[in-house]
Design a protein around this ligand. Sequence first.
Ligand code: NAP
Length: 271
Amino acid sequence: MYSIDLSGKVGLVMGVTNQRSLAWSIAQPLTRAGASLVYSYQGERLRPSLEKLTEGEAASLIACDVTDDAQLDDLFAAIEAEHGHLDFVVHALAYAPATTFARPFHHVTREDWRIAMDVSAYSLVAVTHRAARLMPQGGSIVTLSYLAAERVVPHYNMMGVAKAALEASVRYLAYDLGPSNVRVNAISAGPVRTVAARSISGFGDMFSEGGSQSMMKRNITAEEVGRAAFAVLIPEFGGGVTGETIYVDAGFNAIGMFIPPGYPDQRDEPG
Ligand code: NAP
């Protein structure tokens, strides 16, 4: 059995709203392995529930709206003051105005575009730029993406475009920081019922259809995303992986055809 001890390692986890958040499922194996975690959250509204969630953990909670450079500067200054360095960053946040999910893509306004790109894609660049300074021995950064970055997923619209920018940013950041041993990757997760997911119209159908049409004929779990991200984050497993988008979607992304009802499934045939 491989045992991982992350005591003395420091991670920043961005984007926990509740115990269903993908950021929370990634934080769990890091905490179990002994890492010290700093959780950042968008606004004071979330602090009481985060305090409850992290009760008993030696974690710090720091407010940071990623659209505000001053709040980002304060977050990293606080991490530097408390820990002196950083080993991991979990960037698990995104936002696009609700109207962008509800109307066809060509209705996107300049302001919708700006907001979605700022929160969902530029924030990774802003965070990585500041985090890398605290990673003199190297480190690892993971963000969360979705298949709509490269294929049309109806209703996802503007967020799909923002995820495309996010995945391209992962590659450029990984290139810039590769010589400094700072790795940057994206996990492209299949649908998981979270607050952000529920804001996408049609998510329920996407969840049930996507699950039944995946290679494994099921949806993935948040815990599976957490363990995959953990493997990518820690150098013992993911040390050679950077600039990648790694799918945790039960194989959905690699299927070329939606299987119509009644279509013969050769996998059901004996031997
Ligand atoms: P979630 O629990 O709702 O997390 C999204 C987080 O983004 C929330 O904590 C939210 O804070 C935060 N956020 C939004 N705007 C922000 C800002 N300006 N500054 C700081 N934080 C901000 O949902 P989730 O599904 O776990 O989402 C995490 C990531 O996974 C997202 O990038 C999402 O696109 C991605 N993803 C999700 C799925 C899925 O099916 N769930 C699949 C693939 C990828 P508030 O609660 O304060 O708004």
